[in-house]
Design a protein around this ligand. Structure first.
Ligand SMILES: Cc1cc2nc3c(=O)[nH]c(=O)nc-3n(C[C@H](O)[C@H](O)[C@H](O)COP(=O)(O)OP(=O)(O)OC[C@H]3O[C@@H](n4cnc5c(N)ncnc54)[C@H](O)[C@@H]3O)c2cc1C
Ligand code: FES
Length: 258
């Protein structure tokens, strides 16, 4: 893990409250792998407010340029503070944090299931393994919450969309959409990242169809380095820290209802 001052070389507003940043940080880009995240410091110099760093998943890794890209949504003070940064600014980050994804050698058809802002780490995974057979199932509240579709198209990964309000794709839950497609043509492996209720539903589907896979969890994080135990989750192997033992866990390992 490295701490560095990253230069913002690209900043794009993707939609209301959604931002794409490309950060020049060769030391971290060199080490990063799909499924890991970075911590972006949000307190301005000389102040302790709002104090902590914010965890944001790695969306793209470009080792040649020495850059990482992230996509984030403004939800509170920390992310709003990050969104105020401009191209050419420097921002203090540390990473890469977490275990990242590990794909088994033989996985056949892989379903990637993304809920809202859970999409970015799945993109870095698909980009990293161009030879694998991925299909993306991407759910959001409405069409404006489904980001970066052109990039998925360029990658050649087919995608299916679902929205709560029916403004794009299937009208309903992304897990229902997955199930419809699974019944027509099964998958061999599933990987999901998104809100907890969606991950719980994905875990239930994995049990129903006896599918192996992985879940990438979100949790409230304080230290981000495994020291404060603020991000623990319950698993079949006991308490685990999402920041350093995760965020990626085996699909059957997370005990959501404990
Ligand atoms: C491993 C990991 C990877 C992440 N990757 C991304 C990403 O790629 N893009 C992105 O936009 N966000 C991502 N997040 C979520 C992001 O870290 C939070 O949205 C951010 O920390 C909120 O900070 P804030 O100060 O803006 O909001 P706060 O003021 O801290 O909170 C504002 C609101 O957001 C809710 N909230 C805050 N943190 C979380 C959380 N972790 N899970 C669910 N709800 C939360 C709070 O309940 C509150 O209602 C990730 C989180 C983790 C743990
Ligand atoms: S955030 Fe402190 S242990 Fe994970």
């Amino acid at each position: 893990m490295r701490q560095t001052e990253a230069l913002i070389v690209e900043r794009t507003v993707l939609g209301p409250g959604y931002y794409y940043y490309r950060l020049l940080c060769p030391e971290i880009a060199e080490l990063a792998k799909p499924g890991q995240f970075i911590e972006i410091k949000v307190s301005s110099e000389g102040t302790l407010d709002p104090l902590l760093s914010r965890p944001i998943s790695i969306y793209r890794i470009d080792r040649k340029e020495g850059s990482l890209a992230v996509i984030f949504k403004t939800v509170g003070r920390g992310t709003r503070r990050i969104a105020e940064l401009k191209m050419g600014n420097q921002v203090s980050i540390f990473g890469p944090v977490g275990n990242g994804f590990t794909l088994p050698e033989e996985t056949g058809r892989i379903a990637l299931i993304a809920g809202g802002i859970g999409m970015p780490p799945l993109f870095s995974l698909a980009e990293h393994y161009p030879e694998r057979d991925f299909t993306l199932f991407y759910g959001g509240r409405s069409a404006g919450d489904l980001l970066g579709l052109e990039a998925w198209e360029k990658l050649g990964v087919p995608y299916r969309l679902a929205t709560d309000d029916g403004s794009a794709g299937f009208h309903g839950l992304v897990t229902a959409l997955f199930e419809k497609e699974y019944e027509a043509r099964p998958f061999d492996y599933m990987i999901a990242c998104g809100p907890k209720p969606m991950l719980r539903a994905v875990q239930q589907l994995a049990a129903k169809y006896r599918l192996p896979g992985a879940l990438s969890l979100e949790a409230y994080m304080a230290c981000g380095v495994g020291a404060c135990l603020g991000c623990t989750c319950v698993t079949t192997k006991g308490y685990k820290r999402v920041c350093v033992d995760g965020p990626v866990f085996d699909i059957s390992e997370v005990a959501f209802d404990e």
